[in-house]
Design a protein around this ligand. Structure first.
Ligand SMILES: Nc1nc2c(ncn2[C@@H]2O[C@H](COP(=O)(O)OP(=O)(O)OP(=O)(O)O)[C@@H](O)[C@H]2O)c(=O)[nH]1
Ligand SMILES: [Mg+2]
Length: 221
């Protein structure tokens, strides 16, 4: 019998991505640009949240945005309307971004004129968690209608992020979202994880997030 050759493609892809992520980090360190990766399920409020953050902090920091979508430029157009440099990455069915894709977007960005680049990742709680895009900070959004048990069902996402921003607090009275359960279950995964309940529609909780973010930015910039 001949020897069976075995190649673990996932391991190869992730190892290559690790190298690409380091290249992104090196470039952004040299340019002094903070890369913030925002992940979540589709529709949990990423675009709405990013617009609000840029409106709150746009005078303090020079923002750019990388939008990732399977199809369409809907979100990118909203960022353009704010007047921030924006690159749309169309993944054409791909369910996540990797570091090489982000590097391609960075080549189109005016890096010398930016402090912070926000990446709106593809809406998905699974694959984006596996791919380090070279971000300085990774956070996730979890909207109230999705339920507190998502950290049990999609644990990796809650392990690779530094904060969970719980969005759509205004609709909390209509759902049985259990914050104690979320805190308890996430502690087991990630002891340092911060949880911020917010409602972008009425501004609830946004000041706390902004203060925390400002600390994150200023420790790097
Ligand atoms: N009630 C309520 N609705 C919100 C809030 N934030 C966002 N939404 C709504 O949620 C819907 C989806 O918001 P988006 O910001 O497009 O969500 P997204 O995560 O960017 O969606 P994808 O890019 O498609 O993954 C929109 O109708 C928003 O108006 C909130 O705080 N409260
Ligand atoms: Mg969006």
């Amino acid at each position: 019998m001949t020897e069976l050759e075995y190649i673990d493609l996932k391991e190869c892809i992730l190892a290559e991505n690790e190298g690409d992520a380091q290249e992104v980090r090196d470039l952004l360190k040299e340019k002094k640009v903070f890369l913030w990766n925002i992940m979540s399920s589709p529709g949990s409020g990423k675009t709405t949240f990013i617009i609000d953050i840029i409106q709150r902090l746009g005078e303090q920091y020079r923002f750019g945005v990388i939008e990732a979508d399977i199809e369409s430029t809907v979100d990118a157009e909203k960022m353009q309307a704010l007047g921030v440099p924006t690159v749309q990455l169309r993944t054409g069915g791909g369910c996540h971004l990797d570091a090489a894709m982000v590097m391609e977007a960075l080549k189109k960005m005016p890096l010398d004129a930016l402090d912070i680049i926000i990446v709106e990742n593809v809406g998905n709680l699974v694959c984006p968690a596996e791919f380090d895009v070279g971000a300085t900070l990774a956070t996730m959004l979890l909207s109230i209608p999705e339920g507190d048990d998502k950290c049990i069902k999609y644990p990796l996402m809650f392990t690779v992020t530094k904060a969970v921003i719980v969005t759509k607090m205004d609709v909390a009275p209509y759902f049985d979202f259990n914050f104690e359960a979320l805190e308890h279950n996430t502690r087991r995964l990630n002891d340092d994880l911060r949880i911020f309940p917010v409602c972008v529609k009425n501004g609830e909780g946004m000041e706390a997030v902004v203060n925390w973010l400002t600390d994150q930015f200023s420790s790097y910039l």
